[in-house]
Design a protein around this ligand. Structure first.
Ligand SMILES: C=CC1=C(C)c2cc3[nH]c(cc4nc(cc5[nH]c(cc1n2)c(C)c5CCC(=O)O)C(CCC(=O)O)=C4C)c(C)c3C=C
Ligand SMILES: [Fe+2]
Length: 388
């Protein structure tokens, strides 16, 4: 086997406050993040939402030091993985490819083609698969592969999701135990798993396996933990007016407070690094909600970051994947026939000519209404609270 490379995929985050606007624009321009019936609406809507959200988002990043730690932590994970692989007799170059900020996936691909990598493992740093995360990165890579002839001879394999990996489950259990042990009665503490949400339609209409993988992962962590603690799973970080996976973290915290729960350990379950949604949303916003609800003792398990058991799990995943038959991007992007990923598929309403015409008219009216609302400051989006 020739020179080995590992491509770590993640979402990316703004390094400083000025990056927040363009980062949000990149994120909302992705059809896997906002699923629209018409592609022409994507960029204007992305600009509009990014512009509206920028101030609030910047204020949140200000609370955590003015930028996301995601790049630094992902690079540290890469260094630790390289060292672990070396210790296991497998020399490899590690590359970091972010979806919406530097170092972009395209930059990582340029580097690994320069380095003449002959065998590549594509490893998303999301334990569970979602259309909106790993799926989006796989779509992008699939396109890059089709466009770049230099990538054709490169042998590669993809790891679509890995939430069942025993070392990952063990690291999560250890991180939870660290926090449980801070309490006088560790077995009575309520364990609260908080996963990043996705719109409900992703699961129910598009067939995203995310919710099922999150639920299974929660059960496996509890099994690995092997303690009698009660536990809850809820979904955080909802954006926009549509319904997301439920229960929402804020509602579940209030319900537990009303039931008299006093001691809590929150476990961020869909992230493997600290970032805005752990450091700001959980540690500041949800803590406040919990305390108001009467949950006086609020602790959070750290994200796995560079925990040695977690890094060993990543190394095991890489080595196992090199020994197995390879899995191609076309296989993971079409993993389930039911999984719809924009922009590749036709909107069902557009299957007949007259429906297509009506879709166009309705969308045009919607867009005009949006412009009027932006100018006048009044309209439906203000009424439902999406705009202030
Ligand atoms: C498994 C993890 C994640 C899923 C699923 C996910 C879906 C998802 N996210 C948004 C909207 C936003 N996400 C933002 C930041 C962000 N999200 C994740 C992870 C998942 N997102 C990460 C790792 C980050 C980066 C955090 C950082 O430290 O910078 C943001 C920007 C932050 C903010 O303004 O709140 C938005 C917006 C949607 C719409 C979505 C599913 C459709
Ligand atoms: Fe997100």
């Amino acid at each position: 086997m020739g020179r080995v490379g590992v491509l770590l995929l993640n979402l990316g985050g703004p390094d400083k406050l000025e990056d927040v606007g363009p980062f949000l624009y990149n994120l909302f321009s992705d059809p896997e993040i906002i699923r629209l019936p018409f592609r022409w609406m994507q960029k204007p809507l992305a600009w509009f939402i990014a512009t509206r959200r920028k101030k609030t988002s910047q204020a949140n990043y200000k609370h955590i030091g003015g930028g996301s730690p995601l790049r630094r932590i992902t690079e540290e994970q890469g260094e630790a993985l390289k060292a672990q692989l070396g210790a296991m007799g497998k020399e490899a170059n590690i590359y970091v490819g972010m979806r919406y900020w530097h170092p972009y996936t395209e930059e990582a691909i340029a580097l690994l083609t320069q380095d003449n990598i002959e065998s590549l493992v594509i490893l998303p740093l999301y334990p569970q698969f979602s259309i909106s995360t790993s799926g989006s990165s796989f779509r992008l890579l699939d396109r890059l592969w089709q466009e770049n002839p230099k990538l054709q001879p490169l042998e590669y394999t993809v790891i679509p999701s890995w939430y069942k990996e025993p070392g990952y489950l063990q690291a999560m259990a250890e991180l939870i135990i660290q926090q449980l042990n801070q309490y006088p009665n560790p077995d009575e503490v309520h364990i609260f798993f908080s996963a990043h949400g996705v719109p409900k339609s992703y699961v129910e209409e598009a067939g995203d396996p995310y919710q099922q993988e999150i639920e299974e992962c929660t059960a496996l962590i509890m099994q690995t933990l092997n303690r009698p603690n009660p536990h809850t799973l809820a979904y955080q970080s909802r954006v926009g007016p549509v319904e997301w996976l439920q229960p929402y973290t804020e509602d579940a915290l209030k319900a537990l407070g009303a039931q008299g729960v006093k001691d809590l350990v929150v476990v961020p379950i869909s992230f493997v690094s600290e970032h805005i949604e752990t450091l700001q949303e959980i540690d500041i916003e949800y803590r406040e909600i919990a305390e108001e609800a009467g949950i006086h003792n609020f602790r959070r398990a750290a994200a796995p970051n560079t925990h040695p058991v977690f890094i060993k799990a990543l190394a095991d995943l890489v080595i196992d994947s090199l020994e197995r038959p390879s899995l191609k991007l076309s296989q993971v992007t079409q993993m389930k026939k039911r999984v719809k990923m924009y922009p590749q598929e036709q909107w069902e309403w557009g299957l007949t000519t007259s429906a297509e015409v009506w879709n166009g008219r309705i969308a045009m009216l919607g867009f005009i209404a949006l412009i009027i609302e932006l100018v006048t400051g009044q309209g439906l989006l203000h009424m439902i609270g999406l705009l202030q």
